[in-house]
Design a protein around this ligand. Structure first.
Ligand SMILES: Cc1cc2nc3c(=O)[nH]c(=O)nc-3n(C[C@H](O)[C@H](O)[C@H](O)COP(=O)(O)OP(=O)(O)OC[C@H]3O[C@@H](n4cnc5c(N)ncnc54)[C@H](O)[C@@H]3O)c2cc1C
Length: 450
């Protein structure tokens, strides 16, 4: 089987590792960037492709692109993308900070296509990662196994694979054709015949569920959608400019250094700013369609609040959901043809990271302030986790808000490790000074080459 070695391997070409690739090109163009490879399981770069709905907008400012908070002069900015594709004037004229998700996705693809030093390969799915140790037991690198049977060795590894989709166990035994998680919505719904009068149940009460409830009305024009949620009803997310400062990259230090009970309080209070609420435009649109549905007596749409789906089974040619009323404990059946899950993502580490942690003998997966996996014992190799550290780095960890500055911190940490391990390497072996007008992230210089 084919084997090759690179200096740095980044797994996943989502925005986190694209931001890293750009940081490598801008901060370490001569050596490290050229020795870096990004692999992506899909055939192209697309941002959350399962929910790339035509009308959906990003929930963060376009200035929180892959570079601007790190290097406002970068050629990889969203503004330069707009200029390159000839849409800058129109975007300015729209007067919005929040681009459509489809254009952010296209921007990510443009960034990927614009890389000149870091290599990016598609259709490369990583299936397992194994630590490599020398005779003394020092961790010296990683062996990454791919689905095609080939392997890649690297000294530095950066995981930017997103989170695993959460499918509650109640739905685990339903046949796959009956259940669509939001991460597969667009692809799977496109395969269904349009004219069938499906009874569709959307499970969940946050943004993805609401977007599917809205989209399925036109994607399957004959369908009858019901939305089932545990909460008291759909709410807008909270967007105070005061608490929004917790999405600043510089807020990471305060969160990282906070006591466990304070971290818990912050995450709990910030939950409604990101997870359990809808953007106001989606909420207005949904309520208007519900109102019109009632006004015209169609009775096509239904929203069920304060109910848990406590079991699901297939019976003859339909799905039977058991709903339990949280107020009374009463149980009723809801029969349908298709279940759409807006149930989000698994909070625990993705299976790939857990497998690697098992191979390392780690009981818990934790990272330091610069996102490097804590591994006991001597090491000259390191692994960084992107977007999976909300518990230690705060609510913004999985969001675009962090990515430019985090990529900078990781790049600097790798450069510092490189300088410690191979002082002859090149002029790139030391952390790079930030641009004058950009925020200065705390980049502790590692005391060892770990
Ligand atoms: C519907 C939706 C809308 C969102 N909207 C916003 C928003 O408006 N603003 C915001 O800031 N955040 C938003 N988010 C949060 C989102 O998590 C981040 O914006 C961002 O996508 C995280 O980037 P990432 O690179 O860490 O992970 P991802 O974007 O999930 O990218 C991971 C990449 O890794 C690849 N991959 C996974 N496993 C493997 C493997 N084994 N081998 C090789 N490749 C692999 C995947 O194919 C994917 O390309 C949204 C999330 C969702 C689900």
């Amino acid at each position: 089987m084919k084997h090759r070695d690179v200096e740095l391997l980044a797994i996943g070409a989502g925005p986190a590792n694209l931001a890293l690739a750009v940081a490598l090109e801008e901060l370490a163009p001569a050596g490290l960037a050229a020795g870096s490879l990004v692999i992506e399981q899909a055939d192209t770069v697309a941002w959350q492709p399962g929910m790339l709905l035509p009308e959906a907008q990003s929930q963060v400012s376009f200035l929180k692109d892959l570079v601007t908070l790190r290097n406002p002069r970068s050629r990889f900015s969203f503004v330069n993308y707009l200029h390159s594709v000839g849409r800058l004037s129109e975007f300015i004229n729209m007067g919005s900070l929040w681009p459509y998700r489809i254009e952010i996705s296209d921007y990510f693809k443009w960034v990927a296509d614009s890389l000149t030093r870091v290599r990016l390969e598609y259709a490369r799915r990583c299936t397992a990662i194994e630590p490599l140790r020398d005779a003394d037991g020092t961790l010296t690198g990683w062996l990454t196994r791919l689905a095609d049977g080939s392997t890649i060795g690297s000294r530095h590894l950066v995981m930017g694979i997103g989170r695993d989709a959460y499918v509650p166990e109640e739905f685990a035994n339903l046949p796959a054709r009956r259940v669509i998680h939001s991460t597969k919505y667009i692809q799977r719904i496109a395969e269904l015949p349009k004219a069938v009068p499906y009874r569709v149940v959307v499970v969940g009460g946050a943004q993805s569920a609401a977007e599917m409830f809205d989209a399925v009305q036109s994607d399957l024009p004959g369908c009858q959608p019901t939305m089932v949620m545990r909460s008291i009803g759909l709410k807008t997310y909270e967007n105070s400019k005061f608490t929004n400062e917790l999405y600043f990259p510089k807020a990471v230090d305060g969160f990282f250094d906070a006591r466990p009970e304070a971290r818990e309080q912050i995450l709990k209070e910030m939950h409604i700013t990101n997870y359990s609420g809808l953007n106001p435009a989606t909420l207005e649109k949904l309520y208007n369609s519900l109102y019109l549905d009632r006004l015209t007596g169609k009775g096509r749409l239904r929203v069920v609040t304060m109910h848990d789906v406590t079991s699901a089974r297939e019976d003859s040619d339909e799905v039977v959901l058991e709903l339990t009323d949280r107020r009374t404990g009463e149980v009723e059946e809801l029969r349908c043809d298709l279940v759409l899950l807006g149930t989000g993502f698994v909070r625990a580490m993705p299976a790939l990271v857990r497998g690697m942690a098992d191979a390392l003998g780690l009981e818990r997966v934790t990272v330091n302030r610069t996102y490097k996996l804590d591994i006991p014992g001597p090491a000259t190799a390191g692994c960084y986790l992107q977007g999976l550290n909300e518990a230690t780095h705060g609510i913004a960890d999985s969001l675009l808000s962090m990515q430019a500055v985090r990529a900078w911190e990781i790049t600097n940490d790798v450069l510092a490790a490189r300088a410690a391990g191979r002082p002859e390497a090149s002029g790139e072996g030391v952390p790079v000074e930030p641009a004058d007008d950009a925020p200065v992230p705390a980049v502790p210089v590692p005391v060892s080459a770990n």
